[in-house]
Design a protein around this ligand. Structure first.
Ligand code: AMP
Ligand code: ZN
Length: 115
């Protein structure tokens, strides 16, 4: 675990991360700078820098992040109204934390834009 990775440290319980779900593979916690009424990050406990570093052996783990996201959406009561799942990769996408994470954003009509 890279000691300088803030998301590894949240998953390890070393710093407060407002965790709302954790199992042996993944951790979900509230984003510190929410852009929607509900903004949750879902990460693998394993340190993977970005989609660029994914390996075939990580496929089940990444699939698990989406299963967790769906479960959280139902628990938060936003499954039917809808939500957005986003993974930013690299500078042009605005990735700022290099530990792969799935954003779950919900609670309002989200702006639709692709660029
Ligand atoms: P990205 O720009 O896709 O890399 O997203 C990184 C996200 O992590 C941003 O939405 C930040 O607000 C969020 N973030 C950064 N540090 C923390 C932290 N310590 N706890 C919770 N969320 C964080
Ligand atoms: Zn990490």
């Amino acid at each position: 675990m890279p000691s300088d990775c803030v998301f590894c440290r949240i998953a390890a319980g070393e710093i407060d991360g407002r965790i709302l779900f954790q199992d042996d593979q993944a951790t979900a916690f509230w984003d510190i700078h929410p852009v929607a009424p509900i903004h949750i990050l879902i990460i693998p406990n394993k340190h993977i820098r970005s989609v660029n570093e994914l390996d075939v052996e990580d496929e089940a783990l990444i699939g698990h992040l989406f299963t967790v996201a769906g479960r959280i959406a139902r628990e938060q009561g936003v499954a039917e109204a809808g939500y957005r799942l986003t993974i930013n990769t690299g500078p042009n996408a605005g990735q700022s934390v290099y530990h792969i994470h799935l954003h779950l954003m919900a609670g309002k009509a989200l702006p639709i834009h692709l660029g």
